[in-house]
Design a protein around this ligand. Structure first.
Ligand code: GTP
Ligand code: MG
Length: 184
């Protein structure tokens, strides 16, 4: 807390976490927020929420609100409601199942069609890509190809992650928050 005037401004930041069934969205959030990993798969139903406080400076803190949207929701019609007032998103795919990368385009298009930043230009919200379960596969990433994929789909940046081994989870989330705060 700021000892001069005791005022710490808190910003609520809503961020979406999307991607196909079982790619590891809930696991990434659990790792990031609680430092835990569960090998057992329990599919998310609808949407779940998690919060994390991120100190930005002496008098500024971000309350990150993560919307953990079930993979099966891509076939539902609730995403428009879930996406409302989001300021950023992470799209997750599973490196051990390459077809989950194909779905990333669909998730990105769904986001761009249904939510925009509240500025005059209606800018698309910043999106990062998480290539998850990197602990399971060796040398399956072609960085140049993923760079091109991100450029083509207007994705800010990609990260190789493992919720299991705690690789790049914190780094990717922090990068997205920083990107959002720079736009603000
Ligand atoms: P839905 O809620 O159905 O959309 O799935 P989800 O994307 O939330 O996936 P979830 O986090 O439930 O993970 C699915 C399975 O993958 C679970 O058995 C996890 O333990 C496992 N898993 C998640 N992340 C990793 C990872 O980085 N490495 C490995 N090896 N397994 C992982
Ligand atoms: Mg889940």
């Amino acid at each position: 807390t700021n000892e001069q005037d005791g005022k710490v401004v808190e910003y609520l930041l809503k961020v979406l976490v999307v991607g196909d069934l079982g790619v590891g969205k809930t696991s990434i959030i659990q790792r990031y927020v609680n430092g835990l990993f569960d090998r057992e798969y329990k599919a998310t139903i609808g949407v779940d929420f998690a919060y994390k406080l991120i100190p930005i400076s002496k008098d500024k803190v971000v309350r990150l609100q993560l919307w953990d949207i079930a993979g099966q929701e891509r076939y539902g019609n609730m995403t428009r409601v879930y996406y409302r007032e989001a300021f950023g998103a992470m799209i997750v795919f599973d490196l051990s199942r390459p077809n989950t990368l194909d779905s990333v385009r669909k998730w990105k298009a769904d986001i761009d069609a249904k939510v925009r930043l509240p500025d005059a230009k209606q800018t698309p919200i910043p999106v990062i890509l998480l290539a998850n379960k990197c602990d399971m596969v060796k040398n399956s990433i072609n960085p140049a190809q993923l760079d091109a994929f991100c450029k083509e789909n207007s994705i800010v940046k990609w990260f190789e992650t493992s919720a299991k081994e705690n690789i790049n989870v914190e780094e990717s989330c922090t990068h997205l928050v920083k990107t959002i705060l720079e736009i603000e």
